[in-house]
Design a protein. Structure first.
Length: 168
């Protein structure tokens, strides 16, 4: 619940900072995130159909991150996986693929093995939380082959050390 409130607040700040309509009065309905201009609804900030792929990614999150050369789940990763399992239990029509990824450092073979450990850590935790193991159709490692962020610095590496839950 706190995450949804924070996400809504962040979306509101982003929308307010991106406004370019000078001289036009706008107001935001706090409970819904709906932007109203002169009694006309302009947009629903972050509004996605409940149970959609976009809802999952935007309102729950599809990835957890790991430390360098690590595959243990941080408290933040555990909290996000708990939210994913709760969402998946609400929407039983989805199955998932859990992808493991690494940064570019290390050999291809080492990174494939580390990515697999990361994906398995996420999948095993989700099953321990009550997700039916039959809903996990595949656990796969891409190692360093599919970076989320290009670059050879700590910022890029941190974004690439991840496990991603892909809805099917």
């Amino acid at each position: 619940m706190k995450f949804k409130i924070l996400a809504a607040a962040a979306a509101l700040l982003l929308a307010a900072g991106c406004s370019s309509d000078e001289g036009v009065e706008t107001a935001t309905v706090a409970d819904t995130g709906t932007v109203v201009q002169e009694d006309v609804v302009i947009s629903d900030v972050g509004a996605f159909a409940p149970g959609s792929l976009e809802d999952f990614v935007a309102n729950v999150g599809d990835r957890v991150f790991f430390g360098f050369d690590r595959y243990d789940l941080t408290p933040e990763a555990q909290a996000l996986l708990q939210a994913q399992v709760a969402w998946l239990q609400t929407y039983p029509q989805y199955q998932v693929v859990i992808e493991g990824h690494t940064d570019e450092r290390g050999t291809r073979e080492y990174n494939l093995a580390l990515g697999e450990r990361r994906a398995n850590a996420a999948a095993n935790y989700m099953v321990a939380l009550g997700l039916d193991p039959n809903r996990i159709v595949q656990v796969i490692s891409y190692g360093k082959e599919r970076p989320a962020v290009l670059g050879s610095d700590e910022i890029a590496w941190a974004q690439n050390r991840r496990a991603v839950t892909v809805l099917q």
